[in-house]
Design a protein around this ligand. Structure first.
Ligand SMILES: NC(=O)C1=CN([C@@H]2O[C@H](COP(=O)(O)OP(=O)(O)OC[C@H]3O[C@@H](n4cnc5c(N)ncnc54)[C@H](OP(=O)(O)O)[C@@H]3O)[C@@H](O)[C@H]2O)C=CC1
Ligand SMILES: N[C@@H](CCC(=O)OP(=O)(O)O)C(=O)O
Length: 419
């Protein structure tokens, strides 16, 4: 334990020093590092595939669920996408140093704002290797230093990626310690990371209930929570059924293990008889188990009874909860009670109800007539994402470069003094 404390303090000290250099770095230097990392990722493709194969083998031996294994896989295409993602981040405008909102005050001084990095960001995330590179890339471009603690099942791949990121930073003349990957899977390191307030400015936890509990109890540093996604699709009485089928299929079945996957379907009573049987048939054909209310079960013989707990559950598996609701008001009330405030979609051709849903659903993304799977930084044009914030303060929804910065006031004078 003492060793881990010492190790984490070391990472913290180095990260704090590196954050000063990152805040000073100019755009070309940061972009050079990003492009050098992209080149090294492509060059080291076989090393990365081998490291990932070792992680996958260990995870299979430990009986990891299929949806979690799917998340752990780093394919050749995934490697190419990581490298492209870095190049896209390089091509985005640099937010740091941007000055805005200037106005003169009667005293003669000029007041404005300047965008600055947050400093040192500690990110705790699931066993998904691409997050290591996306997070590193966004932190570098936004002039921050990062301490990355990925899921333990991805440790081999994350170590290999860390070496590549260090090489790219060094090639650009930036400190390799600007991005450090915690090299141990011991969760005591997480305990240290979330309490090292002298070294870490903000913690981004990406994960589920166990992580939430620990962070809520122990964190001594501001947190931007990126938590679970109990996401809903509501099929309104004015829904186009072809759209509803497409949207539900994609929201629920495109990837079972992601946080923006739909876990619950709500259907307006007036359209249930027409809509539920084909929607259920599509889900069943994709191997999805349906857990429904009594009205659902009357229309869908295969449906099992849903418990109250099911409506609160993020299954991350081929299971969906289904409920027939009176109207959009009940749909909104249900979502605001049971969802995790991540992402919800309405399928409707009715403009007024679409606007009501957008206004009243209290989640980080609210979508009309499109899949919940779009809630993603890349899809929203941010280049990549640190994750999807389910918090309301500082950043909400997919977090890109701007979410890793803040604004400070700057004041320009010419000898003015306060009267
Ligand atoms: N909003 C968002 O952007 C995202 C949300 N998620 C959510 O994450 C969940 C699925 O991922 P899953 O891997 O199961 O999540 P977990 O919460 O189990 O794990 C995520 C990370 O947290 C660590 N962790 C978990 N519990 C503790 C603890 N008590 N103490 C210290 N560290 C801990 C894990 O470490 P270890 O490896 O040791 O288990 C891992 O690094 C889903 O709920 C999903 O919606 C996932 C990605 C993005
Ligand atoms: N950006 C992701 C969603 C966020 C994410 O990484 O979720 P998860 O698969 O739970 O680790 C995507 O849509 O692929």
């Amino acid at each position: 334990m003492e060793d881990i404390k010492h190790y984490m303090q070391q990472l913290g000290t180095e990260a704090r020093a590196a954050s000063r250099a990152m805040a000073r770095a100019d755009t070309d230097t940061k972009n050079k590092a990003l492009r050098a990392i992209a080149t090294a990722i492509r060059r080291e493709r076989d090393t990365l595939l081998a490291a990932n194969a070792a992680d996958l083998q260990a995870a299979r031996n430990n009986g990891l669920e299929p949806a979690m294994l799917d998340r752990l896989i780093l394919s050749e295409k995934g490697i190419a996408t990581m490298a492209e993602g870095l190049e896209q981040i390089a091509s985005l405008p640099d937010p740091i140093g941007e000055m805005s909102d200037f106005k003169y005050r009667p005293s003669g001084i000029q007041i404005g704002k300047m965008r600055v990095p947050l400093g040192v960001i500690g990110i705790i995330y699931e066993a998904r290797p691409n997050v290591t590179v996306d997070a590193a890339g966004l932190c570098i471009k936004s002039g921050n230093a990062a301490i990355l603690r990925g899921g333990s099942e991805a440790i081999q791949c994350n170590r290999a990626l860390a070496a590549i990121v260090h090489e790219g930073l060094a090639a650009a003349g930036l400190p390799a310690t600007a991005v450090q990957v915690v090299a141990t899977t011991d969760r005591a390191a997480v305990g240290e990371l979330i309490t090292m307030k002298e070294y870490v400015d903000v913690i981004v936890p990406r994960g589920g209930k166990g992580l939430i509990e620990r962070i809520s109890n122990e964190a001594r540093i501001p947190v931007i929570k990126h938590l679970d996604g109990n996401c809903h699709v509501y099929v309104d009485e004015s829904a186009d059924l072809d759209k509803a089928l497409r949207i539900l299929e994609n929201s629920k079945t495109q990837r079972l293990g992601t946080c923006n996957t739909a876990e619950s379907l709500l259907v307006a009573r007036s359209i249930a008889q027409e809509a539920l049987p084909p929607l259920a048939a599509m889900l069943v054909s994709k191997g999805v188990e349906i857990r429904g209310c009594n009205e659902t079960r009357a229309l869908v013989p295969q449906a099992k009874p849903a418990t109250e707990e099911d409506y609160y559950t993020e299954f991350l598996a081929a299971i969906i909860s289904v409920k027939v609701v009176a109207d959009v008001d009940e749909a909104i009330a249900h979502i605001n009670q049971y969802s995790s405030q991540h992402t919800e979609a309405i399928v409707t051709e009715n403009y007024t109800r679409a606007r009501q849903f957008l206004r009243e659903v209290d989640s980080s993304s609210v979508i009309v007539n499109a899949s919940t799977r779009f809630a993603d930084g890349f899809e929203y044009g941010l280049g990549a994402e640190i994750g999807i914030s389910t918090d309301k303060l500082h950043a909400r929804g997919p977090v890109g470069l701007e979410g890793l910065t803040s604004l400070k006031y700057i004041v320009l004078g010419d000898g003015e003094v306060r009267a």
